[in-house]
Design a protein around this ligand. Sequence first.
Ligand code: 4AD
Ligand code: MG
Length: 465
Amino acid sequence: MKRTKIIDFFKHLDTLEIGGTVSVKGWVRTKRGNNAVAFIALNDGSIVHSLQIVVDPAKFDAELLKKITTGSCIHVIGKLVESQGKGQTVEVQAEQIELYGTADPEVYPLQKKGHSLEFLRDIAYLRPRTNYFGCVLRLRHAMAFAIHNYFNSHGYVYLHTPLITGSDAEGAGAMFSVTTLDLNNIPKTPEGKVDYSKDFFGKPTNLTVSGQLEGELGALALGAIYTFGPTFRAENSNTPRHLAEFWMIEPEIAFYDINDNMDLAEDFLKYLINYALENNYDDVKFLNDMFDKELIDRMKFVLQHDFVRLTYTEAIDILKNSGQKFEFKVDWGVDLQSEHERYLVEKHFKRPVILTDYPKEIKAFYMKQNDDGKTVRAMDVLFPGIGEIIGGSEREADYDKLMKRVEELHIPEKDVWWYLDTRRFGSAPHSGFGLGFERLLLFITAMTNIRDVIPFPRTPQNAEF
Ligand code: 4AD
Ligand code: MG
């Protein structure tokens, strides 16, 4: 008999026959009841809701029923009936139960409801069995799908940029090295340095911090591309917003200036938020009710308002005149901290903000230089509860200006010659940005720690499972 997914009992009831026989499979969330009747809440991950299974204990072996505990996995064949109880419209009266796998209550860690997120982080390998993480993972999938959908329907090419790279041109953070050398017996040159000619690639290599530089090669040939893949940063920043391995979406578009770039960022983010509300409302609603009663309002609010756009210099003035005490002092030239970004978004403007034209010293070498000689055409999108969610810029398309910056920053030309060549051969104005996938998910799920929106978080001292 064909198995019915639990989502169908909630979303596609019209395809099922009341009074008919159904086959369902899933994991037991709870079992309660007495000698006369037992109720099992069964979940198969297809939807946040569980299906109620009604069991007449007289009809089943007592030993079997005893083994059906929270976390065990069962197959039930039974009759679909309208429910008497509150909270569900239908339920299944069990006729046959097959036990696939037990979960000994003495040792299975997920017994009660409402475990703390900290506790669940320690047993991250079992978190997908909880309602909350089921919602997060379904939303994570939905956002990934929507991202591809958005770019595909707008004519972008999905470009696969390499994860192993020979350059650290971006300078976005400390990198993880990739090597096959025996660390206990490192080959040395006569000068006593590591002999990378003996290494797999014949040179030092790292895990990428961004696919942008290769993405630009694609944009300057295909017109519009995007990357969507894992990126790696080895900085030791143990914050609720940083991962050592995170996913980034990087569109790069020829003939786009900074204003086109901002329009794209705003439209893209609003599309994704709207997609989550329209297609995964049950998941968002569950997280709203369980974790943050303002989640849905916040999402709708962002959809209904234009993002504020202003320059870094204007933002510094606002922060200096705010009368607010910040841990990190504000002055023109400093990199903004999350406390500053959140003040602008949450207290001052009370809506998402796009800051542009940052001092060139705190931004990457490839950003288009403004005529003032001090600032570059950078743009950061700042979101409530998060701070920076997107970082991007219009790119410097002029070979001489770019070369000058490369020299000023002592970037080895041997690392970036291929990138510089794009400005020698058919250079074009172009722009792009990077959206942190997990930062987006923080906004969509109301989670406050980035470790809670990725299945297997990689953070300092943490790569167990
Ligand atoms: O601002 P970032 O460093 O920009 C770049 O890497 C550019 N190459 C992007 C581009 O223009 N194509 O990173 C982009 C975004 C940030 O705004 C943030 O959302 C996210 O990536 N991000 C992180 N997310 C989680 N953990 C980390 N350690 C992150 N570092 C950056
Ligand atoms: Mg940034």
